[in-house]
Design a protein around this ligand. Structure first.
Ligand SMILES: [Zn+2]
Length: 426
């Protein structure tokens, strides 16, 4: 489900600004390779819904050094996403596999979990999460076209349709993001859309890879790609559930402890019942409960937004969770989350570092916003170890240098009308 990035609109490329002046991707052959779908025939898509056909497909794909991969799923009514379709493409074929019709996906999983096969996806967090649920860990290695594109001058977090438009010159049909992928038989338009997600992902990968190789940037993303396959990314330990609640850092003392306890209770219960978290208790209501700390069944019924069925089935557990949590010391909120707003001196430092970023971005022919986004520089100045400037290619290219400037080990100077960043003489 190649979900478009926030702020970008699938299939509406006209208002999308093409790559900036640092463009290094050429538009050429692929334009001829793929013409946009003129109708809704799906004859060229291999639809796999029988075990024999799945075996045959996987046999055919074995030995491919890489595969373009996408999934469609349904997660509106469950805690765990339900896998509804798996699309795979190579330069030779496009296939859609129907997990709802197949009792076992083992041949496919064996192929995907083969460490010798590179899996190419676009923004694969949700896809990898599904496979994490299916096999207990995400597969590796992976290549994310959304992460790769900015290294070649494309915007950060670009949506799939926008990249296909910019790089392949193909305008994709409107996304079927609201479609119900459990439906069978799948309407032709939906199947065509699902097939296109991988049909164009394959040449997109080839173009991005060639560009990265040409500029010696292929290994820049090694750490970020490896991190995508880290199982810890897809685990939701109940004790940590509160960290995902926006505004948790505004609570203190017993209220914070109660919020933490209730969030853990909700995570465990939603997982056990395989129902969406919000169906049990909405985030806002968790905060109300944490502030009000109801102590009796009677109190509970006065909490607005708390569903009566939930009070009936889980009232005792909720009250117990509140009672034990309020006695505990809360887990501390990380410092950088509590005081996110920088002092004016901090803002001045961010501006100074921005100047260093501009100098290096020019040298590397990257957009400054891609090399070091301002919010990440703010995190760096605030001492947040989670800043992306502390990892991967950004650390090497700019993060370490910004650290040296912050520690006063490197200084800025103007020489012959240009900004220089130099070590401070001892
Ligand atoms: Zn998709």
């Amino acid at each position: 489900m190649l979900t478009p990035a926030a702020g970008s609109q699938p299939g509406s490329s006209p208002d999308w600004k093409g790559p900036g002046p640092w463009v290094v991707v050429r538009q050429s052959a692929a334009r001829l390779l793929c013409s946009p779908p003129m109708d809704e025939t799906t004859d060229d898509i291999l639809f796999v819904d029988r075990p024999g056909a799945l075996e045959a497909l996987c046999e055919r794909l074995r030995g491919s050094p890489w595969l373009a991969l996408d999934t469609e799923f349904h997660r509106e009514t469950t805690y765990r996403p339900q896998l509804c379709l798996v699309q795979i493409a190579t330069p030779d074929l496009t296939a859609c596999i129907d997990p709802l019709a197949l009792e076992s996906l083992d041949p496919l999983l064996d192929l995907l979990y083969d460490g010798g096969v590179l899996k190419v996806l676009h923004a694969p967090r949700q896809d990898l999460e599904i496979f994490h649920y299916l096999r207990g860990a995400p597969f590796a290695p992976v290549f994310d076209t959304q992460l790769a594109a900015p290294l070649l001058g494309h915007p950060d977090q670009a949506g799939f349709a926008n990249l296909v438009g910019a790089i392949l010159g193909v305008r994709l049909a409107k996304a079927h993001t609201r479609a119900d992928w459990r439906r069978r038989p799948l309407p032709a338009a939906q199947l065509r859309y699902a097939g296109d997600d991988v049909r164009y992902l394959a040449p997109l990968y080839q173009r991005l890879r060639a560009g990265l190789e040409e500029h010696g940037r292929l290994d820049w993303l090694d750490a970020e790609f490896a991190a995508l396959s880290d199982p810890a990314r897809y685990e939701n330990p109940p004790e940590q559930a509160w960290r995902k609640l926006r505004g948790a850092d505004r609570l203190r003392g017993p209220s914070l402890a109660v919020l933490q306890g209730l969030a853990a209770w909700r995570e465990r219960t939603a997982s056990a019942e395989d129902r969406p978290r919000g169906w049990l208790v909405k985030d806002d209501t968790l905060f109300d409960l944490a502030r009000m700390m109801p102590a009796s069944d009677q109190d509970l019924r006065h909490v607005r937004g708390l569903n009566e069925g939930v009070v009936r089935r889980h009232g005792v557990a909720v009250l117990e969770s509140i009672r034990t949590a309020r006695e505990r010391a809360p887990e501390p909120v990380p410092a950088h989350r509590a005081g996110r707003r920088l002092a004016p001196e901090g803002d001045a430092l961010v501006d100074l570092l921005m100047a260093v970023v501009r100098v290096r971005a020019l040298e590397h022919r990257l957009s400054p916003a891609v090399l070091a986004p301002r919010p990440e520089i703010e995190r760096l100045v605030a001492g947040d170890p989670g800043s992306v400037l502390h990892t991967g290619w950004r650390r090497e290219l700019i993060g370490e240098e910004l650290g040296r400037v912050l520690r006063g080990e490197q200084a800025l100077r103007v020489a012959e009308g240009a900004l220089c960043v130099e070590p401070v003489a001892p």
